[in-house]
Design a protein around this ligand. Structure first.
Ligand SMILES: C[S@@+](CC[C@H](N)C(=O)[O-])C[C@H]1O[C@@H](n2cnc3c(N)ncnc32)[C@H](O)[C@@H]1O
Length: 417
């Protein structure tokens, strides 16, 4: 199959059938060579990342509402016209027409052709509107989130968050110190560079590490650098009993096990059984022997575990994920203003359950990979108002533009006796 046709079918799966982009790309590219793989992934991610900007470039030329399948075809073609300078315009138009011919009737074929010709003739449209509207279109965010970030973080930070989300994320791994030190690892494997934030982080430029020997042997774990700041923030020690309430797929569990020198004990919970299986496989690969993984709804964990029995509790909560938009452009594409309504209630339940299980003088860390104060600072403020025996020791936000990493929020809390 032609690479563009494949990219189109993948975009249909992601945008219409709501499949995860990384899985669609992983499963769909087996029969393509390296060059085509790069081309397909460029079209898929580029189109998703710039979707609203691409809409803006051509919807001015049509009066009626367009079928979603046709909109996707035009957007992926406009993406190539505006961003892939080496690809000739006639090749892009011809291929779009061929894809349309194979699937839709003659009316749609001429429509696609006419729109693309107008975009070629008129070139890029300058974005107009007030500052929020311009930023929203230029960076392909819905207006409501630009307004929300503006209100919560101020204009300057909001603009940096939006523009940074268009960048390609840095790829990072964590050296698994249970199996090797960073120095030992670097003496054996090439193509890795020191990270900026975490002392066990390495970055790499090319390809994916999942098929490499060093990954299979468990010498490294794929983990964003900002995410690597969470386990040290909780700082578990060798003789601690730790509860990791939302643990799968286990990035932070594995990091905590390493910080504890594989001693003490981590009870790692997740509500989804298939994700607990993933976590167990990761723990085996990394050689973590102090982790007991269990399928459990952590909002009811006190029915299963004794109250006040854990020295440390980590709640790496389910969240809207607005800190990881560079790497997961499908979150950006699908984002809706009511995404967080249900999640905020679950986060609250997890916090209230966590405190029951924490020992007096114990430490709890609450973290999310989102940039939304309602799930972060405000969630913690309301928790502290409900629970007088908890005190806030420190809270911080890592913005994704600071280190070309993911965005994370973390709060460290202590149970006062
Ligand atoms: C942000 S992810 C955790 C990432 C993980 N800590 C890591 O570092 O790899 C949130 C996890 O919470 C789990 N989850 C959601 N609701 C839950 C609940 N009520 N009890 C336990 N786990 C839950 C999800 O299945 C998901 O795996």
């Amino acid at each position: 199959m032609d690479a563009r046709k494949k990219a189109y079918l993948m975009l249909i799966d992601i945008c219409i059938h709501k499949k995860y982009s990384h899985l669609v790309l992983k499963d769909g590219m087996r029969d393509f060579d390296t060059k085509d793989k790069a081309f397909i992934s460029n079209i898929v991610y580029g189109t998703l990342q710039n979707y609203r900007y691409l809409d803006y470039q051509w919807k001015v030329y049509c009066e009626k509402i367009v079928k979603k399948e046709i909109e996707i075809l035009i957007n992926m073609s406009v993406y190539q016209l505006l961003y892939l300078e080496r690809v000739p315009a006639f090749a892009i138009t011809n291929e779009a027409v061929e894809i349309a011919k194979g699937k839709y009737d003659g009316r749609f074929v001429s429509f696609v052709n006419a729109i693309l010709r107008k975009v070629i003739k008129n070139g890029k449209r300058e974005v107009t509107g007030d500052a929020d509207e311009k930023l929203a279109i230029e960076t392909s965010f819905p207006l409501w989130i630009v307004k929300m970030w503006n209100k919560q973080y101020g204009t300057e930070v909001c603009e940096k968050i939006c523009r940074d989300a268009l960048n390609v994320p840095k790829q990072s791994v964590r050296v698994n110190t249970i199996k090797n030190s960073k120095e030992e690892f670097l003496s054996k494997y090439e193509g890795y560079h020191n990270g900026e934030l975490s002392d066990v982080a390495l970055t790499f430029d090319k390809g994916s590490v999942a098929s490499r020997e060093e990954f299979k042997f468990g010498y490294i774990s794929v983990q964003d650098e900002a995410s690597q700041m969470i386990a040290p923030f909780l700082n578990p020690s060798e003789d601690d009993l730790v509860l990791d309430m939302c643990a799968a797929p286990g990035s932070k569990t594995g990091h905590m096990a390493a910080l504890m020198n594989n001693r003490g004990k981590i009870i790692a919970l997740d509500v989804h059984e298939h994700r607990v299986e993933l976590l167990k496989a990761t723990m085996r690969r990394l050689g973590c022997i102090n982790v007991d993984a269990q399928t459990c709804d952590a909002t009811k964990a006190s029915e299963q575990f004794e109250n006040e029995s854990f020295d440390k509790v980590l709640i790496d909560a389910p969240c809207s994920g607005y800190g990881v938009l560079k790497g997961k452009s499908d979150i950006k594409y699908h984002m809706q203003s009511d995404d967080m309504d249900g999640i905020i209630a679950i986060q609250k339940e997890l916090l209230d359950e966590g405190i029951k299980l924490l020992k007096a003088d114990g430490i709890m860390v609450y973290s999310t990979c989102t940039l939304n104060k309602k799930e972060n600072e405000l969630q913690i403020k309301q928790f502290l108002e409900r629970q007088e025996n908890m005190e806030l020791i420190e809270e911080k936000t890592i913005f994704p533009y600071e280190y070309n990493c993911d965005g994370f929020y973390m709060a460290k809390l202590k149970k006062v006796s």
